[in-house]
Design a protein around this ligand. Structure first.
Ligand code: NCD
Length: 296
C-alpha cells in the first residue's frame, strides 16, 4: 500500500517516535556528509502557496540523500489555473516521480491529491488544515531541547484560529502527556472542534511565563483572513520582547515555525531561549526521515 502523510493523526505515537529517532541519525548527513540512500529517486514539489523553508528543506533533504527534485514553477501553476484539475495534475506527475510534496490553499486538498496519486503524497500544508512535517520537526525540536516529549508545560501563542502548524501540533501533543496553555487575541482563539478534543487551558502569557518550558509563537495568518479590516484590527497585538521574558524559566525555549513578522522582537534572537533558527534546521533531518519512511 502507498504510504501517504496527510495528517499527523495518520501516525501513532510509536511511529512518531521512530521517525524522530531516525532523524537524529540523519543530522550528520543534513550537515553535509554524503549519502546515496535515495539515489535514483525523484521528488516533485507542488507548491500552490508560497514557501521557503518547507520547499527548500525538502529539496535539500532529498538531494543530500542522493535523490533528485523537480519543482512546479509559477508559470506552470498559472497554466493549471487555466483549467487542468488538481486530480489530473497529480495523476500525471505521479507517473513521473517517486514522491509528491504538495502545499495548497484549500483544506483537504492533500488528501484529495493522495486519492489520485500512484506514489506517496506528503502534505506540506493544506489551507488552515494540517502541516504534519512541520509538526514532526516541532516535536523533534522539543525532544532535543527539552530532553523528552512528556511532562512539559507548553504554551501555544498567537493565531490559533488559522495556524495550521498549531492545528497539527496540538493533535500530536494530544498523544503525549503535557500541560497545554493557549494564548491568543480574542478573535484568534483555537476553534471549538479542537477544544472539544484536547485538554488545554486558555490563559494570559503573564500568568504562565514563569512556569512554562516551551513557548510556541505563530504569526498572524494574514492570507487566511476573509477581509483585510479584520486583520488590521489584530495586527501587532502581541509581541515577545526581552521584557516579556523577564520572569521566564532559565530553561524556557521559544519556538516559531517562521516566517516571523513582528511577533518576536529581533532582540530576543541572541537569547539562549531562542530556538527558532535551530528548529528550522531540524526540518532537514526530519524530512530525510520522512522521505525514507515513505520511499524505502
Ligand atoms: C508555516 C506554514 O506555512 O504554515 N510556515 C512553515 O511551513 N514554516 C507557518 C506560517 O506560514 O506562518
Amino acid at each position: 500500500m502507498t504510504k501517504h502523510l496527510i495528517s499527523i493523526e495518520d501516525l501513532e505515537r510509536e511511529e512518531i517516535l521512530q521517525i524522530l529517532k531516525k532523524a537524529e541519525g540523519f543530522e550528520r548527513i543534513a550537515r553535509g556528509r554524503k549519502s546515496k540512500l535515495l539515489e535514483g529517486k525523484i521528488l516533485a514539489n507542488l507548491f500552490f502557496e508560497p514557501s521557503t523553508r518547507t520547499r527548500m528543506s525538502f529539496e535539500v533533504a532529498m538531494k543530500r540523500l542522493g535523490g533528485d527534485v523537480v519543482n512546479l514553477t509559477a508559470q506552470e501553476i498559472s497554466s493549471i489555473a487555466k483549467g487542468e484539475t488538481l486530480a489530473d495534475t497529480v495523476k500525471v506527475i505521479s507517473k513521473y516521480v517517486d514522491v509528491i510534496v504538495i502545499r495548497h490553499p484549500l483544506e483537504g486538498s492533500a488528501r484529495f491529491a493522495s486519492e489520485h496519486s500512484e506514489v506517496p503524497v506528503i502534505n506540506a500544508g493544506d489551507g488552515a488544515g494540517q502541516h504534519p512535517t512541520q509538526t514532526l520537526l516541532d516535536l523533534y525540536t522539543i525532544m532535543k531541547e527539552c530532553g523528552g516529549l512528556d511532562g512539559l508545560k507548553i504554551a501555544l501563542m498567537g493565531d490559533l484560529k488559522y495556524s495550521r502548524t498549531v492545528h497539527s501540533l496540538i493533535k500530536a501533543l494530544n498523544m503525549f502527556d503535557n500541560r497545554i496553555y493557549l494564548i491568543s487575541p480574542e478573535t484568534l482563539r483555537l476553534p471549538e472542534e479542537f477544544l472539544d478534543e484536547i485538554d488545554a487551558e486558555e490563559v494570559e502569557l503573564e500568568d504562565v511565563i514563569d512556569e512554562i518550558d516551551v513557548l510556541y509563537v505563530t504569526r498572524i495568518q494574514r492570507e487566511r483572513f476573509p477581509d483585510e479590516e479584520e486583520y488590521m484590527r489584530v495586527a501587532g497585538s502581541y509581541r515577545i520582547t526581552r521584557e516579556t521574558l523577564r520572569r521566564a524559566k532559565d530553561s524556557l525555549i521559544i519556538m516559531h515555525p517562521l516566517p516571523r513578522v513582528d511577533e518576536i522582537d529581533v532582540e530576543v534572537d541572541g537569547m539562549k531561549c531562542a530556538k527558532y533558527f535551530d528548529q528550522a534546521f531540524y526540518g532537514v533531518p526530519v524530512r530525510m526521515a520522512i522521505l525514507c519512511e515513505v520511499l524505502l
